[in-house]
Design a protein around this ligand. Structure first.
Ligand SMILES: C[S@@+](CC[C@H](N)C(=O)[O-])C[C@H]1O[C@@H](n2cnc3c(N)ncnc32)[C@H](O)[C@@H]1O
Length: 262
């Protein structure tokens, strides 16, 4: 089990830069999807695994002084920097081990969180219980089915290194196809009015998506190098490709799914 702790610890020296890249890459689509749910002044929201804090900050401005945002994370150092409005409560909390109030939220949102947590079924049930009647759960998770090379440059290296990465992250608890299961899991949890939409991007070297991949690879390179994994030279080659504007690959699907408590 020791291998199953969260591998992308925010405390890493470049953790802020990594979360900045995720936010630059994904916030526009996340905000469109949240707007689609009608997030409005006065709502009580939970932002689980708030990471760099940008979505907690956006929700805070959207729900206004009559609303509230509870922003939780295993490591809240960056949320505290960015999301410090009076209507935000920051909680250092492990969603697996720590309690969460029931029937409390009009919106619960988590992006790129549950696919990393082996106990994701129990977490989804806990999040569902935390909704007020009529409250929305919106989860965004990866599905790597789309993650194919685009440029000839680095195509073989990308395919091989992604295979190694997904095996290593899988051993640490990542479910790399979690996105496609969300609608069914939400229905099984008793939610209604379920919808979903996936976003896929061409990630060109140097873009925020490629930078997210680059920093993730740097952070966990120790797990990627070794027998039947990658050599140090192969990791260095990929890190270079992620920064090369001539390189491109399709991103994983970022699958957003939503449903509301009856
Ligand atoms: C890939 S980051 C995504 C951050 C943010 N949601 C975003 O999309 O910009 C995953 C976040 O989930 C947090 N996390 C992982 N496991 C957690 C747990 N068991 N309880 C609470 N937060 C957790 C991590 O600390 C990290 O900040």
């Amino acid at each position: 089990m020791a291998d199953q702790s969260y591998v992308f610890d925010n405390a890493w020296q470049r953790g802020r830069a990594r979360l900045d890249a995720v936010e630059a890459f994904l916030d526009p689509g996340t905000i469109r999807a949240l707007e689609g749910l009608g997030v409005a002044p006065g709502w009580r929201c939970l932002e689980l695994g708030a990471g760099g804090g940008s979505i907690a900050a956006w929700l805070s401005s959207r729900v206004g002084p009559a609303g509230k945002v509870v922003a939780t994370d295993l490591d809240t150092r960056y949320v505290a920097e960015r999301a410090d409005a009076a209507n935000i409560e920051i909680r250092r909390q492990d969603i697996v081990a720590d309690p969460l109030e029931a029937s409390a939220f009009d919106l619960v949102h988590a992006r790129l969180v549950l696919e990393h947590i082996p106990q994701r079924d129990a977490v989804l049930a806990k999040l569902t219980r935390s909704l007020r009647p009529g409250g929305w759960l919106m989860l965004e998770a990866v599905d790597y089915v789309s993650g194919v090379p685009v440029s000839e440059l680095g195509a073989a290296e990308h395919a091989r290194s992604q295979d190694v990465r997904l095996r290593a992250f899988g051993a640490a608890g990542l479910k790399a196809d979690y996105g496609r299961h969300l609608p069914r899991l939400m229905r099984a949890a008793g939610l209604v009015e379920i919808g979903n939409e996936g976003r896929v991007f061409v990630m060109e070297g140097g873009s925020p998506g490629a930078r997210w991949f680059q920093l993730s690879m740097e952070q966990v390179r120790d797990r990627l190098v070794g027998p039947e994994r990658l050599s140090d030279a192969e990791v260095d080659r990929m890190l270079g490709l992620f920064a090369d504007p001539e390189w491109a690959a399709l991103s994983p699907i970022i699958l957003a799914a939503w449903g509301r408590a009856a």
